[in-house]
Design a protein around this ligand. Structure first.
Ligand SMILES: [Zn+2]
Length: 277
């Protein structure tokens, strides 16, 4: 069995998955047609170039641009529901048994949906998808670091109402440099008080101080965390508290959190030996 077949075959958990980064290109095409959203091309193959980052992507800011088209077509309840449902199907085809799907509800309110509408639509797609394809897990609601703190606080309040319906966590993402997590500590305090687990993207495009702040705000799982390695004290805290790092090596190479995949620390780790038949 080659590597690709091996990794396809083993049962997996997907812990760091952005809904708006995981749409089928054909779905983007169809939703754009339905919603009258202009696309740079109507050729399915060419459209993929506008949806998939590559190793030539220069930075996190450039990487985030690949989310623009999916976000533009995900502005209605049915579109959000469909994308979530199809993602469950794609996950099950990839033998993912447990998944946590994250997205930033504020990004989907551009045509009048309320935060509640957005969260409900994704949860409806998730409930149908998990039932149809047998995927376990939940949905993580993502706050955006370049938004006013008050808006993220209101997002936490709304997200907290859906704890019993599948929203399991609260996250912070977006352009990290110049937007320290601590600005949003009120939102994270609220999220925790309402029973949500906390995770924060940190140490991806900003240094160890960002990681330190994220941990002080109660995050026990960090998106990426790559630059924590620049500070021995931060590394020691991560070990002591058992903080989990969602490493995402391919993404790190694309956002230039590391220069090349080959230079990624975990890329040199040998894969675990296979269980004997
Ligand atoms: Zn992420």
């Amino acid at each position: 069995m080659d590597d690709a077949a091996y990794f396809h075959a083993i049962p997996k958990a997907e812990l760091h998955l952005h809904l708006d980064g995981a749409l089928r290109p054909r779905t983007v095409l169809e939703l754009a047609k339905e919603g009258g959203v202009p696309l740079p091309t109507n050729d399915l193959e060419k459209l993929k170039d506008f949806l998939e980052a590559t190793d030539r992507t220069a930075s996190l800011v450039e990487y985030i641009e690949y989310f623009q088209l999916p976000i533009a077509v995900l502005q209605t309840g049915p579109a959000l529901e469909r994308a979530t449902y199809e993602l469950c199907e794609d996950l099950s085809k990839d033998n993912v048994r447990y998944a946590e799907i994250r997205y930033g509800p504020w990004l989907h309110t551009q045509q009048g949906l309320s935060l509640t509408d957005v969260i409900r639509a994704v949860l409806t797609g998730w409930a149908a998808g998990r039932k149809a394809f047998g995927v376990e897990g939940g949905v993580i609601v993502t706050a955006l670091r370049d938004m006013p703190p008050a808006q993220n606080l209101s997002l936490a309040q709304v997200a907290g109402r859906f704890v019993s319906e599948g929203v399991i966590g609260f996250d912070l993402a977006g352009d990290e440099a110049g937007h320290p997590p601590i600005l949003h500590e009120d939102a994270f305090r609220m999220a925790r008080a309402l029973g949500l687990n906390l995770t924060i993207h940190a140490g991806e495009a900003a240094g160890p101080e960002s990681v330190r702040q994220a941990i002080s705000m109660g995050a026990r799982r960090l998106g990426h965390g790559v630059r924590a390695q620049e500070d021995a004290d931060v590394m020691a805290t991560i070990r002591e508290l058992g903080i989990q790092l969602d490493m995402a090596p391919t993404s790190n190479a694309q956002t230039k959190a590391v220069r090349r995949l080959e230079e990624h620390r975990s890329a040199r780790t040998r894969r675990p030996s296979r269980p004997s038949p």
